[in-house]
Ligand binder design. Sequence first.
Ligand SMILES: Cc1cc2nc3c(=O)[nH]c(=O)nc-3n(C[C@H](O)[C@H](O)[C@H](O)COP(=O)(O)OP(=O)(O)OC[C@H]3O[C@@H](n4cnc5c(N)ncnc54)[C@H](O)[C@@H]3O)c2cc1C
Length: 239
Amino acid sequence: MQRDTSFLTWPFFDDHHRQLAAQLELWCEAYLPVDHSDIDQACINLVRMLGDGGWLKHSAIDPKLLSVQALDVRSLCLIRETLARHDALADFAFAMQGLGTGAISLFGTKDQQQWLHKTRAGEAIAGFALTEPQSGSDVANLELSATFDGQNYILNGEKTWISNGGIADVYCVFARTGGAAGAKGLSAFIVPADSPGLNVAERLQTIAPHPLARLSFNKVAVSAGQLLWVWPDAHYTKL
Ligand SMILES: Cc1cc2nc3c(=O)[nH]c(=O)nc-3n(C[C@H](O)[C@H](O)[C@H](O)COP(=O)(O)OP(=O)(O)OC[C@H]3O[C@@H](n4cnc5c(N)ncnc54)[C@H](O)[C@@H]3O)c2cc1C
């Protein structure tokens, strides 16, 4: 049966959206679905392929342009719909590159945004580490602590249900820095996956498999330059 593409004529799509959808459709027909027998390897391969194809350029801002307008939501919808129709894992791999780097696109310094060159090229895999065992919907209840020792922030605690956990090269980690209660003491950090003290405590299985893990942070030292965002009136706890 012929696929109905009449939605591409809807008035909020421009010609470049129609071209994007047509080009990605051809790419998907050529490369997807991939072999899912090894889920971690499949995701690693997909990120590389999506990078090589140029599709990950849509997942984060171009650090050279420094404009969040580069994140075009209509393009993101078309890309995700097309990838998911061909291979759900490809959509997952694409979406996570954006979720894991969203805060870097929006709030990162020029130095921090250097990560985006790699994630947009498929050379680094991103993860987003917010959820904790006692704090899912209730984000303001998160407990992973970041205390400043005069040189570095020291992260201690746990994150769970972290997509790309185990294969990510870098995580955006939310932690409690301030003395203020609830959401008013939270900050975000860029934490490379190979930081000493950051470990995969458990791999989690789901009905629709994808890399998913519980992460433990045991005295993970993060430099002040990796502090991505801080609640404006948080005050830092000194060791
Ligand atoms: C496959 C998968 C991938 C994930 N990937 C990531 C990731 O990459 N990074 C990350 O940080 N997290 C990730 N998560 C975690 C996800 O964000 C949390 O599961 C989600 O925030 C819900 O938290 P919870 O599971 O603790 O459920 P809970 O917060 O305990 O909620 C349980 C139920 O109670 C309801 N509920 C909660 N609070 C209220 C309220 N105040 N009023 C009414 N109803 C309420 C909820 O709607 C839900 O039905 C992932 C989860 C899954 C399942």
